[in-house]
Design a protein around this ligand. Structure first.
Ligand SMILES: O=C(O)C(=O)C[C@]1(C(=O)O)C=C[C@@H](O)C=C1
Length: 359
């Protein structure tokens, strides 16, 4: 009896707090709608990643607890996502179909109030944004075990879209089937990337079972939903959508398997104070060129976090380099270094400056 009374009293207090939270959420929503009206008048961007970063960081620093720090970010991501939808519903294209890791990355970045639309391929995501059918696009660009996803990098050769944000997602692969039993598995379906990322585990645990490449982890889950003798490697989220059992969780060979996604848009993102810039440039294959290329950055103490080269398909012995560096293109040192770089290159293209992702 005593317990019942205590719980009832505490729940009453929780209800009162919830009412206050709701009132404050509406007060906030009204302010955001005023921001939306100002932006409509001035034709400014509704989505401002640098402002969102500022909000998350200010609240993380101000949070006295015991409400967990990671949860503060999740709660505010949804508040901001819903607020932004009040200003203007944000359409975001991603590499589909639904339930792929790009879908999870888009949900992680834009929250559940954004209108997310699956596209068939990486070029189709770029095209949707270029044509204005979507405001942003989300595509994978590299994985910690498998390296760069060259399809995405190659898109920047022709496209004028800019990188507006990066999203880091811990990718965990699940072996899924209808029965959930190891002994029933006669075939394993997945996209080539997850198959590669689970190569060792598959060789040790299912050595004689054929592996079948399909276009996406979602397609693999769909096939397996109809076939009791097959298993799929897909996300945990796919198991709930396609009603599959988990045969084995987390079968990736390397723990801490992260995939990096890019958010592309038509404009350059504002400076947030902790940014990265991505560049692409081409040079002739001649002695000392690598040294000359890196000097403008070393001279100014600019940190380079990635350098990748790919042969230029149209011309033999010429290379395209992709470079990620610390700083925003509007920082004087970064701007000058890029200017210097252009004197020893055939061409330089700034792919975007964007807030550094937090893990
Ligand atoms: O401050 C703004 O520019 C807003 O539009 C408001 C708001 C928010 O909810 O706080 C919403 C969307 C933006 O991406 C950033 C912040």
């Amino acid at each position: 009896m005593k317990e019942k009374q205590t719980l009832a009293k505490l729940r009453q207090e929780i209800d009162a707090v919830d009412d206050r939270i709701l009132e404050l959420l509406n007060e906030r929503a009204k302010l955001v709608m005023q921001v939306g009206a100002v932006k409509t008048e001035n034709r400014s961007d509704f989505h401002v990643p640098s402002r969102e970063r500022e909000i998350y960081e200010r609240l993380a620093a101000a949070n006295p607890g015991p409400f967990p720090a990671e949860a503060v970010r999740g709660v505010f991501r949804e508040i901001i996502s819903a607020s932004l939808a009040l200003e203007k519903p944000l359409k975001v294209a991603f590499l589909g179909p639904n339930a792929t890791f790009s879908h999870l990355a888009a949900m992680q970045h834009f929250g559940l109030s954004a209108s997310l639309s699956p596209e068939r391929s990486i070029p189709a995501v770029f095209e949707a944004v270029e044509k204005g059918e979507a405001y942003y696009g989300v595509v994978p660009v590299e994985n910690t075990t498998e390296g760069m996803i060259s399809h995405t990098l190659d898109m920047f050769m022709e496209s004028e879209l800019k990188i507006n944000a990066e999203v880091l997602l811990e990718v965990s692969h699940f072996l899924l089937s209808r029965t959930g039993r190891f002994e029933d598995i006669k075939k394993v379906y997945s996209h080539p990337q997850p198959l590669a990322q689970c190569r060792k585990w598959l060789a040790e645990n299912l050595p004689n079972v054929p592996l079948v490449d399909v276009a996406s982890t979602t397609l693999a889950a769909q096939i397996v939903a109809e076939d009791y003798t097959a298993a799929a490697i897909a996300s945990e989220y796919a198991s709930s959508i396609y009603n599959l059992k988990i045969v084995k969780a987390r079968i990736e060979d390397q723990v801490n398997n992260f995939t990096r996604f890019l958010v592309v848009g038509r404009k350059m993102a504002d400076r947030s104070g902790d940014d990265k810039t991505s560049l692409m440039f081409s040079v002739r294959d001649e002695p000392g060129i690598l040294h000359r290329m890196l000097e403008p950055f070393a001279k100014r103490g600019i940190n380079l976090s990635k350098i990748e080269s790919r042969p230029l398909k149209k011309k033999a012995w010429e290379y395209i380099f992709y470079l990620d560096l610390s700083g925003h293109i509007s920082d004087p040192a970064v701007g000058e270094a890029v200017q210097d770089l252009s004197t020893c290159c055939q061409f330089v293209k700034v792919l975007g400056s964007y807030p550094r992702a937090r893990q």
